[in-house]
Design a binder for this molecule. Structure first.
Ligand code: KG4
Ligand code: ZN
Length: 337
């Protein structure tokens, strides 16, 4: 079975061909970074126009790389939401047009389900598993019981983890997107020079909060000489990253306890979403999983950040269960799992 996946929900235009034996035949991603950089963040109108300009070429490139034609496909999948609606519309219309012209089924994939199932594309991973989904727009702990079957154990009560990384990067004078730059700076920093709060640590439940930490970083930065020296910026980044990893570690520990009680057959802790690319966070999760005797799994970095292989794969998982969508599907800016 061969599925074309299209991803256009944020600032990456992407197309991929994935086979049901988990072979990724093509996986092309075009980042719009340069188009948004002057604005220090994603501008939805610019994103939508850039998707429109590039999506056809990227689909053609993926088809060429895989050495197939549309008639070889079994179905066409696109991110149907949640995301920036202009971009989602571009991907959905593209996929619908190909599906209609080639006489293939169409699948609208929830972007979060794409992230949630990615580890099953790269690993032999049975349901149920505990998932930390941490991206620019989301931070959730989920019990993944099956395709389309998710139980939310915790979520952020304010900002997403990736958003906090991006804001902190701005505060210390690093560019956009912040996550990778904060991590790089933190590599040269001392995480113990500044004391920062560990949001929600020790509180009941598994929810997250990052706005208080973000504010603490803002106040801390104001006490330092401006513009920040490279060392000050590195130390702030290291302290912030350690606080995030600590806080997420604490929340995940609690979620594991609940997961093991409700789904004792589950053996895996999995991470997904752009923030899953963070090595300090990965190390923390590995430690927390090992403490509980569970196995930690993380997809390779390139499949953690937005891509279309995860959409094609979620399409395969849904197609196997007969969960196709009608061409009437309306893109969904909001679409909780
Ligand atoms: O999943 P993703 O690519 O897009 C969304 O669906 O949001 O996640 C993007 C987010 C951004 O906030 C980015 O700063 C963050 O993931 N990110 C990281 C790292 N790489 C990307 N955060 C921390 N450390 C990283 N290495
Ligand atoms: Zn994403």
């Amino acid at each position: 079975m061969l599925i074309l996946g299209v991803e256009t929900s944020c600032d990456e235009t992407a197309a991929a061909i994935v086979r049901d034996d988990r072979a990724i035949l093509a996986n092309v991603v075009l980042s719009q970074l340069e188009e948004h950089r002057p604005f220090g963040g994603i501008v939805p109108e610019i994103a939508a126009r850039a998707h429109l300009e590039h999506v056809d070429r990227l689909v053609a490139e993926a088809m060429n790389q895989a050495g197939i034609g549309f008639s070889d496909l079994d179905a066409v999948a696109a991110t149907g939401g949640p995301g920036l609606i202009g971009g989602v519309m571009v991907g959905v219309m593209t996929a619908k047009a190909i599906a209609l012209a080639a006489g293939k089924p169409f699948l609208a994939v929830n972007h979060l389900e794409g992230h949630a199932l990615t580890a099953r594309l790269t690993h032999d991973l049975p349901f149920p598993y505990l998932l930390l989904l941490a991206s620019g727009g989301h931070c959730q702990l989920l019990a993944v019981l099956g395709v389309g079957q998710y139980r939310r154990l915790g979520t952020t009560i304010d900002d997403a983890a990736g958003e906090a990384f991006d804001k902190v990067a701005k505060m210390v004078g690093l560019g956009y997107p912040g996550g990778p730059l904060v991590q790089k700076a933190a590599d040269h920093g001392d995480p113990n020079r500044f004391a920062l709060p560990r949001p929600m640590k020790g509180k009941p439940g598994c929810d997250f909060s990052f706005s208080g930490l973000k504010n603490a970083v803002r106040l801390l930065v104001e006490t330092l000489a401006q513009p920040l020296s490279e060392q000050d910026a590195a130390d702030v980044c290291a302290a912030f990253q350690a606080a995030v990893a600590d806080s997420i570690g604490d929340r995940t520990r609690r979620a594991i306890a609940q997961f093991r009680q409700d789904w004792p057959q589950g053996r895996h802790v999995v991470v997904a979403g752009g923030v899953a690319a963070n090595t300090a966070l990965r190390a923390m999760l590995e430690k927390v999983a090992a403490e509980a005797g569970l196995t930690f799994l993380a997809p390779p970095l390139g499949l953690c950040t937005d891509n279309a292989a995860m959409i094609a794969w979620a399409g395969i998982e849904r197609f196997r269960l007969g969960l196709t969508d009608s061409l009437d599907f309306a893109p969904r800016p909001r679409w909780p799992l």
